[in-house]
Design a protein around this ligand. Structure first.
Ligand code: PLP
Length: 234
């Protein structure tokens, strides 16, 4: 199947899930996760109308941002962030979904170039409390939110999670629901949050059922990933 056909199919799944779960009037953004994909593959997605791309590895992302700069695309950084990478991220991306500690948020704010609008931020939450995963704990989240909203060059938009992989629909929903509930609590405390970044190829329907506003899809658009050992940070 071509990238164009896969995109159409994924968009159809999103539309079906919105209808099934009563979310017809909500906007759900399809973020094409393009880590390890070539600029040529992204170009095919752009030609099929795709506008938002998610990248995990800084150097390969910067190469693609430059190669595709004539298209004015929207770039989202979704991978783990080391502090020596924050400047380039703050300079080249419109969104960052993987902020999970104050130090990284402070650096992104300080290093955001003044001529650019505030950087859109989602805080990554370790919803299933997995020891091996990045993400802020549910317990630490309220304090992190309170600190991040004070940073001048960031715009805190919402929360992101990568739950434990589950094949059962109800179990998938369970983790996503936890993120939805904490977001609602934060909104009730007065924080103006509008984004739930959750759902990947295997669980986008469950994420939409629980209120996702951005789904991050790689495999079901571009096919399965073949990692080479030439990319950084593997
Ligand atoms: C790779 C990745 C995705 C996409 O996952 P697929 O299962 O390929 O759709 C989504 N989110 C993050 C943070 C990722 O690293």
């Amino acid at each position: 199947m071509s990238i164009k056909q896969s995109l159409t199919q994924v968009q159809q799944r999103i539309d079906d899930a919105k209808r099934r779960y009563g979310r017809e009037s909500d906007h759900v953004t399809l973020l094409a996760v393009s880590k390890t994909r070539s600029a040529e593959e992204l170009q095919q997605a752009v030609q099929a109308g795709q506008h938002c791309f998610g990248e995990n590895y800084l150097q390969e992302a910067l190469d693609k941002i430059e190669a595709l700069q004539q298209h004015a695309l929207e770039w989202h950084f979704i991978g783990p962030i080391q502090s020596n990478k924050t400047r380039a991220i703050a300079e080249s991306f419109q969104w960052v979904h993987s902020v999970d500690r104050l130090k990284i948020a402070q650096r992104l704010s300080e290093q955001r170039p003044p001529h650019l609008p505030p950087l859109n931020i989602c805080l990554q939450v370790n919803v299933d409390n997995e020891t091996s995963k990045s993400g802020c704990s549910l317990e630490a989240l309220p304090e992190l939110v309170a600190q991040v909203v004070t940073l001048p060059n960031l715009h805190l938009r919402g929360l992101m999670a990568i739950p434990q992989a589950q094949t059962e629909f109800e179990q998938q929903r369970h983790s996503f629901r936890r993120l939805r509930v904490v977001m609602r609590e934060l909104q009730q405390q007065g924080y103006q949050l509008d984004t739930l970044s959750m759902g990947m190829s295997g669980d986008l329907e469950a994420a939409i059922a629980e209120g996702a506003t951005i789904v991050r899809i790689g495999t079901d658009i571009f096919g399965s990933r073949k990692y080479s050992n030439t990319s950084e940070e593997k």
